[in-house]
Design a protein around this ligand. Structure first.
Ligand code: UD1
Length: 429
């Protein structure tokens, strides 16, 4: 199993290119199941989760190819995917696949809408809470699906197709919004989703569905009005930049000090996180190519924040900000309101000398004078990268074990960081 070795203490300087967003690329790839025509996706990040989903889609009958060969593997450009699901040859998504990546559960709605039936294993994914799928199933039932749970599988039927309806989600869910949005695009009539997730990745999927022929109003708002079609066309769509990757690298620079341009990063996707960073004393300015992050000399100011659905502070940046706060000049408070168990990084950060107290959904972080490198364990995707940040701040060597979590969501992390002067290397095997 690969490990990552970090020696902390070097300020970063240079340019970090931001990849396409994993959380948009996955549902966009799934949208290919809605049409027998070709869906071309540009700027797809090369990640373990993306490759896994491509395998799952192939299993359902999607033909998948990657355009050309990379002229130079270090150009860090995203891939262009062609996906054509001329026929859905298998309406079952098996446990062995879905359990490895939660987002693959979202194939349920599209396969059901297109084929009138689908059998999809209940999901697994990051161990950050119970993560139920009740909202997904309620949404599909509202569109006319009959749903049973049988031996760990969701068995959904709609022999006469799905019909549009009004759905009011009692809670904001990114996944349930994707699920219903995808299915409703191939349902008869109009669907209105109220309390829809406003995450930019949902908007990106909606814009692609519009290119495929669906009528969608209210993109970017909490009310989505979808005019379903009996058939959707192919399209060409570019995946939007990964705001979580950009926010993570911004935290890295805030942590180590230095001056880095996040190439391709979009400020409008990161408003709350940038406001939080500025409060810590980091300078965030626009550059012609993206966003420039700098911290020179001055220490890190403590802050308090609470995770919220977009446009609030993203739960996917909570662990990274906590790592940063371990070295702040005072006490910070972070409240996690989205996932009840998303504090697994706390114990590992403590191994490096962080002072963090947990009370229910709230972490109190007292800034310490210095962290000291140690062996640590990656536990989930975003928690793993918080250990990278802490390791880069720590004195001496940090060895991160189980880095396959990082490979699920961060493209060439070590390469992007070492080009800016960080001492970070992968030890294979
Ligand atoms: C997506 C993101 C993940 C991010 C999360 C919140 C992808 C691939 N993953 O995950 O990175 O951390 O949004 O921004 O895009 N819930 C229910 N019932 C449901 C569904 C969700 O109670 O049927 C709850 C969850 O337990 C959680 C909250 O709703 O407490 C939000 O979860 P949700 O937005 O659905 O997260 P995911 O789509 O799984």
């Amino acid at each position: 199993m690969d490990r990552i070795k970090i020696t902390g203490g070097t300020p970063l300087k240079g340019i970090i290119p931001i990849s396409g967003a994993k959380n948009a690329a996955l549902p966009l790839m799934i949208a290919s199941l809605l049409t027998s025509d070709r869906l071309t996706l540009k700027n797809v990040p090369n990640l373990a989760d993306v490759n896994m989903l491509a395998r799952i889609l192939r299993n359902h009958g999607a033909d998948h190819s990657i355009e050309g060969k990379r002229a130079n593997p270090s150009t860090l450009m995203g891939d262009t995917f062609h996906l054509t699901a001329r026929d859905i040859v298998d309406t079952t998504a098996p446990y062995e696949m879905v359990s490895r990546m939660r987002a693959s559960f979202w194939v349920l709605g599209p396969i059901l809408a297109r084929m009138g039936e689908a059998r999809v294993s209940l999901p697994g994914g990051c161990a950050i809470g119970t993560r139920p799928v009740d909202l997904h199933l309620d949404g599909l039932k509202a569109l006319g699906a009959e749903i049973d749970i049988d031996a760990g599988y969701v068995v959904a039927k709609a022999p006469r197709g799905l019909r549009g309806n009004k759905i009011v989600f009692p809670k904001v869910s990114v996944g349930a919004t994707h699920q219903v949005l995808l299915a409703a695009s191939l349902a008869r009539g109009e669907t209105v989703i109220e309390n829809a997730a406003r995450e930019p990745e949902v908007g990106d999927v909606a814009e692609c569905l519009v290119k495929m022929g669906a009528g969608i109003e209210g993109i970017g708002t909490s009310t989505l009005r979808i005019q379903g079609r009996t058939r959707l066309d192919g399209a060409i769509h570019t995946v939007l930049p990964d705001r979580i990757e950009a926010g993570t690298f911004a935290c890295v620079v805030a942590a180590t000090g230095g001056d880095v341009v996040l190439e391709g990063a979009r400020r409008d996707l990161l408003v709350t996180a940038i406001a939080a960073l500025e409060k810590t004393g980091v300078s965030v300015t626009d550059s012609p190519d993206g966003i420039r992050i700098a911290r020179n000399g001055a220490g890190i100011e403590p802050i308090s924040l609470e995770t919220q659905p977009f446009p609030g502070f993203p739960t996917d940046l909570q662990a990274q900000f906590m790592a940063l706060m371990t070295r702040a000049k005072g006490t910070s408070v972070i409240r996690e309101t989205i996932f009840e168990n998303r504090f697994m990084h706390v114990q590992e950060l403590a191994r490096l000398g962080a002072d963090i107290q947990l009370h229910g959904d709230t972490a109190t972080i007292r800034g310490v004078k210095g962290l000291k490198g140690a062996p640590v364990m990656a536990t989930d995707l975003r928690a793993s990268v918080s250990l990278v940040i802490a390791g880069l701040m720590a004195e001496g060597e940090t060895m991160i074990n189980r880095v396959y979590h990082l490979d699920r969501g961060f493209e060439r992390l070590e390469e992007k960081l070492s080009r800016c002067g960080a001492s970070i290397e992968r030890i294979t095997g």
